[in-house]
Design a protein around this ligand. Structure first.
Ligand SMILES: Nc1ncnc2c1ncn2[C@@H]1O[C@H](COP(=O)(O)OP(=O)(O)OP(=O)(O)O)[C@@H](O)[C@H]1O
Length: 251
């Protein structure tokens, strides 16, 4: 076991808000994990991973990623993390390949290495034959697949994903999960937020259940199910811990 992320007493209160959106979270994440942050709407999932990925600043508390802190080592930190937000960060009038060349060059990858990484990733994602099509012609699922490639071309040590499979078709979902499993096998620690309990149960090695900005439970899917008497699956655990039904949290 080797922690790649160490979070200590992290808080976030937005200026316009009355309550803390993240309220005293402490968490260690091992470098080999596929770590699911699960919780209902407004639980604080996006706020938590936005802080960890450097998009917003914590109100208080500290965290380190691979021993680096955002205050002291911001530049180095940005080189080892990947971020895939919910919204597409792609240029619609550029082709998939042009988009990926653009984003890959932002990571400073040499041209030849970048071209190889793009070709391999498009192949893995089942998008090779669409490489020269404009992204505006893509379906939502194809855009998401392309978005994921754009955030991972530099082979990050830690990848933050916000709801990577929400609202995508079955084929894209499978491609995304297979791609993430492959990245994890090659050494990327994956932290992802989700509403999909059954997907998380299958896919995650560890899960944190979060609600009202606090962590309610942490464990492997199996540990969580065993911890709650009469729970048969993660959905039962979720209802028991948050008092919310799955239908309340599916967007
Ligand atoms: N920019 C902001 N300004 C003020 N309040 C915010 C802001 N962003 C989020 N919040 C509030 O913080 C809380 C947590 O929101 P957050 O988006 O982190 O939750 P979430 O678990 O990701 O929810 P969802 O699944 O709906 O995306 C909510 O009460 C939300 O209204």
């Amino acid at each position: 076991m080797e922690n790649i992320i160490e979070i200590k007493n992290l808080y976030k209160k937005y200026k316009s808000a009355e309550e803390f959106s993240v309220n005293d979270i402490s968490l260690n994440i091992d470098k080999n994990e596929i770590y699911g942050i699960l919780g209902p709407n407004g639980a604080g999932k996006t706020t938590l991973i936005s802080m960890l990925s450097g998009l917003i600043k914590p109100t208080s508390g500290t965290f380190k990623i691979n021993g680096l802190s955002p205050q002291k080592d911001g530049f180095k930190l940005r080189q080892i993390i990947g971020i895939v937000p919910q919204e597409y960060a792609l240029y619609p009038t550029l082709t998939a390949k042009e988009n990926l060349m653009f984003f890959g060059s932002l990571y400073g990858l040499p041209h030849k290495k970048l071209k190889t990484a793009i070709d391999e990733s498009l192949e893995l994602m089942g998008l090779s034959k669409f490489a020269d099509k404009k992204v505006e012609q893509f379906s939502g699922g194809m855009k998401r697949r392309c978005n994921l490639i754009a955030g991972t071309l530099h082979n990050p040590k830690v990848l933050f994903l916000d709801e990577p499979t929400v609202g995508v078709d079955v084929q894209s979902k499978k491609a995304i999960i297979d791609y993430l499993l492959d990245l994890n096998k090659k050494g990327t620690c994956i932290i992802y937020t989700s509403h999909h309990l059954s997907e998380a149960e299958e896919f995650c090695t560890k899960i944190a259940i979060i609600d009202h900005g606090k962590i309610h439970a942490v464990g492997t899917p199996e540990e969580l199910v065993n911890r709650v008497a009469s729970a048969e699956n993660l959905e039962d655990v979720f209802i028991s811990l948050t008092g919310k039904e799955l239908r309340d949290v599916v967007v």
